[in-house]
Design a protein around this ligand. Structure first.
Ligand SMILES: Nc1ncnc2c1ncn2[C@@H]1O[C@H](COP(=O)(O)OP(=O)(O)OP(=O)(O)O)[C@@H](O)[C@H]1O
Length: 250
């Protein structure tokens, strides 16, 4: 059964900046598309996660906050299949994914997940459209189709005029929008962002997080944003605090 939030916008429909009402209520009946259960992760003797349960619904944005060094990035990496948990389970779209081998996890990350990092990790010498098209082409989509989809996605993040500009020439906010387009172009089920506004000034950061949350949730993706910034968290639907590797209500 299709759900309205899982439909993609048409390429002609620019999303622009779509503010999310702060901490808006989210329909509780929606099933989780991404879930971690009993997640434990050690780095040698160091505890990364000490037993975390978390679930994110399709079209929902979850902010992960908490003190430095307490497990936020570890949680994001375990949920995103970058790290394997020592205990616990990760579920994506009704499928258990933590036990997949390295090759299958790489394919899963490329086909079903999107990533936005603090430093946009674009290839500075390549134009914006090629940066966005790259993950599709790696996945076997023809160059022509990949560039077409990349340009449509760039239009949705308000960058129609920038498609041919080298990424290294773009402003920090523009570059982060290209990174958002790259994360979304493959229609991922979940999008992970680690401090996506950390390198931006407050006003640009607010625009970028609104765009990320608005565009990703509009497509029905679950979004997980690690942030230290209350203003960023306030633009997500829900906040979870991680302290000493556990979900905390402190
Ligand atoms: N690759 C690693 N090897 C060893 N220890 C690690 C590694 N990555 C993280 N840790 C440790 O695991 C704990 C949790 O780290 P993590 O990066 O998840 O915290 P964080 O809450 O994201 O921190 P920050 O807000 O500073 O980014 C810390 O004690 C950290 O030192």
């Amino acid at each position: 059964m299709s759900h309205p939030t899982q439909q993609s916008p048409s390429p002609q429909q620019p999303l622009g900046i779509r503010p999310v009402p702060p901490q808006q209520a989210f329909p509780q009946q929606q099933a989780a598309v991404l879930a971690g259960r009993g997640l434990v992760k050690y780095y040698g003797e160091v505890v990364g996660l000490a037993g975390v349960d978390v679930a994110v619904r399709a079209g929902e944005a979850l902010a992960v906050m908490g003190p430095s060094g307490n497990g936020k990035t570890t949680l994001l990496h375990v949920l995103a299949g970058i790290l394997s948990p020592d205990q616990g389970e990760v579920w994506l779209g009704g499928e258990r994914v933590d036990q997949l081998g390295d090759a299958a996890r790489t394919v899963l990350r490329r086909r079903r997940l999107g990533f936005v990092f603090q430093d946009n990790q674009l290839l500075a010498e390549l134009p914006a459209d090629e940066n966005v098209a790259l993950p599709l082409m790696v996945d076997g989509v023809s160059r022509r189709d990949a560039i077409g989809r990349a340009r449509a996605t760039l239009a949705q993040v308000g960058l129609s005029a920038e498609v041919g500009r080298r990424s290294g020439e773009l402003s920090g906010g523009q570059a982060q929008r290209v990174a958002i387009a790259r994360a979304l172009v493959g229609e991922p089920q979940a999008v992970f962002a680690d401090e996506p506004t950390g390198a931006l000034d407050a006003a640009t950061g607010a625009q970028v997080i609104d765009l990320l949350v608005g565009a990703a949730t509009h497509r029905g993706a679950a979004v997980v944003v690690v942030t230290h910034d209350d203003a960023v968290a306030a633009r997500c639907h829900r906040v979870v605090r991680i302290v000493d590797g556990r979900v905390s209500d402190r």
